[in-house]
Design a protein around this ligand. Structure first.
Ligand SMILES: N[C@@H](CCC(=O)N[C@@H](CS)C(=O)NCC(=O)O)C(=O)O
Length: 211
C-alpha cells in the first residue's frame, strides 16, 4: 500500500504526478503545512515535517528524488525516469538541480529567516534569491525553446513534473512568467495530460479550472 503525503503548493506535486502517471495504486493524503496540529501529527510519519513523504506498507520514504526513484522502479514502463544509463543520469542531474538549486533559490526569496538569524540580512537574501530564481526560470525557458520536454522529445514525469512545479512557484511568486513563452507553452502542454490534470484538480491548483 502506497500513501503519498502532499500539500499544495509544495514540491510534493512532482511525486504526486509521477504516482498518477505510474498507474500504481496509491492514496494521496493532504497535510496542511500551515496547521501546526496537522504538522505535529504528520511528524509521526516524517519527523522532519517536510513534504513529500511516501509510506510503503507503513515504511516511510522521504525526499522527492528518492520517492521518484522508487516509483520509477516499481513502474519501469511508465517512463518516470529513463532506463538508459546516460539518459537516467541526465534526468537525475535535472532533478538534483531542481531540488538543490532552484528550489533553494525560491526558498531564499520568501523564507530568509531560514538562512540567517540576523533580520538585517533578510532583504539581501530575498533579493539575491529572487534574482537567482528568475535566472533559473529563464534557464528552463531556454531549454524548452529547443525541445518540447525537459529530457528532449519524450515526456518524463519526474523532470517535467518538477519543471511544472518551478513554473508554478514563479507564477505564485509574481515573477513575470508570461514573458517566458517556451516555459508557458510547456505548462500548457503538460497540464493537458489527463494524469497531470487529475493531480492538479485533486490538489486544488488554480492551474486548472474548477468544475
Ligand atoms: N529536500 C526535500 C525538501 C522538502 C521540502 O522542504 N518541502 C517543503 C515544501 S516544498 C516543506 O516541507 N516545507 C516545510 C518545512 O520545511 O518546514 C525534498 O526534496 O523532498
Amino acid at each position: 500500500m502506497l500513501v503519498l503525503y502532499y500539500f499544495y503548493p509544495a514540491c510534493s506535486l512532482v511525486a504526486h504526478i509521477a504516482l498518477e502517471e505510474s498507474g500504481l495504486a496509491f492514496e494521496a493524503r493532504p497535510v496542511n503545512l500551515k496547521d501546526p496540529a496537522q504538522v505535529a501529527d504528520y511528524k509521526k510519519i516524517n519527523p522532519r515535517g517536510t513534504i513529500p513523504a511516501m509510506t510503503i506498507d507503513g515504511q516511510t520514504l522521504t525526499e522527492n528524488i528518492a520517492i521518484l526513484s522508487y516509483i520509477a522502479d516499481q513502474a519501469p514502463e511508465a517512463g518516470i525516469i529513463p532506463t538508459d544509463p546516460m539518459e537516467r543520469a541526465q534526468c537525475m542531474s535535472l532533478l538534483s538541480w531542481s531540488a538543490s538549486t532552484a528550489h533553494i533559490n525560491f526558498r531564499r526569496s520568501f523564507r530568509p529567516e531560514r538562512f540567517s538569524a540576523d533580520p538585517a540580512a533578510f532583504d539581501g537574501i530575498v533579493a539575491s534569491g529572487h534574482a537567482l530564481y528568475w535566472a533559473n526560470l529563464q534557464w528552463l525557458d531556454e531549454c524548452l525553446q529547443k525541445q518540447d520536454w525537459m529530457m528532449g522529445k519524450t515526456y518524463t514525469a519526474s523532470a517535467d513534473g518538477y519543471a511544472l512545479r518551478l513554473y508554478d512557484w514563479g507564477r505564485i511568486g509574481k515573477y513575470p512568467v508570461d514573458e517566458l513563452k517556451a516555459l508557458t507553452a510547456f505548462k500548457d502542454r503538460i497540464i493537458a495530460r489527463p494524469a497531470v490534470r487529475r493531480v492538479l484538480e485533486r490538489e486544488g491548483s488554480p492551474l486548472v479550472a474548477r468544475a
